[in-house]
Design a protein around this ligand. Structure first.
Ligand code: URP
Ligand code: ZN
Ligand code: ZN
Length: 463
């Protein structure tokens, strides 16, 4: 394949050039490449040619006990591909209490294999810590599982002692730990009190998960990671300024290996959504909840100044007219999570690059290069270089449209971003040299995505 006439954007440069892919691998990037016979030509005139998006926070087919996320590895990756994403790193769900990571990993291989249409990997999940788990964490490095997720809330949350032991192990091995930070007891008490008072509508989901709960957990994790000799720590779905302040201060104090991710919902939506009429507020029940417009702005600043390094989605869809109705009389019974894997790249391009908040190189860095580095995929993924996989997103920056649920491929009955005006939209997505989506149509093949064995993270010079 020869991609001609585009502007090639990486985190480091922006150049007018052509790009050649052979057998799925980038072989040449130079001006005026001469087409070879039988070569597929893509004309990217007027468009931006970038590394495909990498979404390191998805929950395909997640079983949350009361419901199951409605995108599986086929529908979810079709949606991702149509939105410009070429790799996901999905999260293993908790298994039976006390089970091994292997138990869940084997299960997830069966969920994804033969279904995923783009490349994928998994974060391990850690619901308890003992010698066997610490040994497993070490063994799994050889299988390309070089990151693990733990939670400070939900059923199998870790204690401070457990995550401290885990952090020491992560530091020894050089692997990444990712964490959902919330103060479980604070949220639990607030939920009980609110329900007792009959405060059951969706806005009370936000009231029961205050920023202090998230910020306290973030600060606790930062301090423990520091004592564990600056163990690699990646805070997922950062939603608030107060949490960001703790992260920024720690980085300014010189703490190393500390990283943060935010998500489009925390950049472009705010808590007023919970007051939408009828049952519509249920659409936005996710943890952490949507915050204020001041928090939105603070997170954009964090992306600009390098305090936040990635934007992922936390894609975890449930039908409004289906699973979300479990919470119609009590917000606390709603399955948590929302869709977003498809519009991430477009939302970030429009609200970020077209709106002048970040430039195109920073866009590539936070949506692809940094995720690839932090999760052991770089330089195979996350850049456009000779030898990298031919995973490409071509964006047409001139397209103007209004985002609607009808345009998307996510297996769910709404998008939280309905009606948002966009400037710039994915024109084409290419996975290892094959066109998988063009102008909103899926052109790929079920099962063509491969499990990617990941290397250890690159931790230096990430901003
Ligand atoms: O509400 C959310 N975010 N659901 C998905 C699981 C998680 O906490 O990341
Ligand atoms: Zn979470
Ligand atoms: Zn999540």
């Amino acid at each position: 394949m020869l991609i001609q006439n585009g502007t090639i954007i990486t985190d480091k440069s922006s150049i007018k050039a052509d790009l050649r892919i052979k057998d799925g691998i980038i072989t040449e990037i130079a001006a005026n490449l001469i087409p070879e016979s039988n070569e597929e030509i893509v004309n990217a005139g007027g468009m931006l040619v970038m590394p495909g998006g990498i979404d390191v926070h998805t929950h395909m087919d997640l079983d949350v006990g009361i419901a199951r996320a409605t995108d599986d590895f086929y529908t979810g990756t079709v949606a991702a591909a149509c939105g410009g994403t070429t790799t996901i790193v999905d999260h293993l769900a908790f298994g039976p209490e006390g089970c091994s990571i292997r138990h869940q990993l084997d299960h997830y291989h069966t969920l994804a294999e033969g279904k995923a249409v783009i490349d994928y990997s998994f974060h391990g999940v850690i619901g308890h810590v003992d010698d066997a788990i610490l040994k497993e964490v070490e063994e799994l490095v050889g299988e390309g599982i070089t990151s693990h997720k733990f939670y400070l809330t939900y059923g199998q949350k870790l204690t401070d002692r457990e995550f401290f032991l885990l952090m020491r192990k992560a530091k020894e091995l050089g692997i990444m730990l990712t964490v959902h930070p919330e103060n479980h007891d604070m949220v639990g008490c607030l939920k009980e009190l609110l329900i007792e008072q009959g405060k059951t509508s969706p806005i009370y989901h936000a009231v029961s998960h205050p920023v202090e709960s998230e910020a306290e957990a973030i600060n606790r994790l930062i301090l423990f990671a520091h004592v564990a000799d600056d163990a690699p720590l990646y805070i997922v779905h950062l939603s608030c300024e107060m949490g960001l302040d703790y992260i920024r201060q720690a980085r300014q104090r010189g703490q190393k290996n500390l990283f943060a991710e935010t998500c489009p919902q925390y950049l472009v939506l705010d808590e007023s959504r919970y007051r939408e009429p009828g049952d519509a507020g249920l659409k936005y029940i996710m943890s952490p909840p949507l915050r204020t417009t001041k928090d939105n702005q603070a997170l954009w600043l964090g992306l600009q100044d390098g305090s936040i390094q990635t934007v992922a989605t936390d894609h975890c869809p449930f039908f409004l007219k289906g699973e979300k109705q479990l919470g119609k009389d009590n917000f606390a019974k709603t399955p948590n999570g929302a869709p977003g894997v498809e519009p991430r790249m477009a939302l970030l391009f429009s609200e970020g690059v077209s709106a002048g908040r970040i430039d195109a190189q920073r866009y590539v860095e936070i949506t692809s290069t940094n995720p690839a580095k932090l999760f052991g995929l770089y330089p195979r993924k996350g850049t456009l270089e000779k030898g990298s996989d031919g995973d490409i997103l071509i964006v047409d920056p001139s397209v103007e449209l209004t985002l609607t649920h009808g345009m998307l491929h996510e297996n769910v009955d709404y998008t939280p971003y309905e009606g948002i005006s966009l400037r710039g939209y994915p024109y084409m997505t290419i996975s290892r040299g094959k066109i998988v989506a063009k102008e909103g149509c899926f052109l790929g093949e079920k099962g063509s995505g491969k499990f990617i064995k990941r290397n250890l993270p690159i931790l230096r010079n990430i901003r």
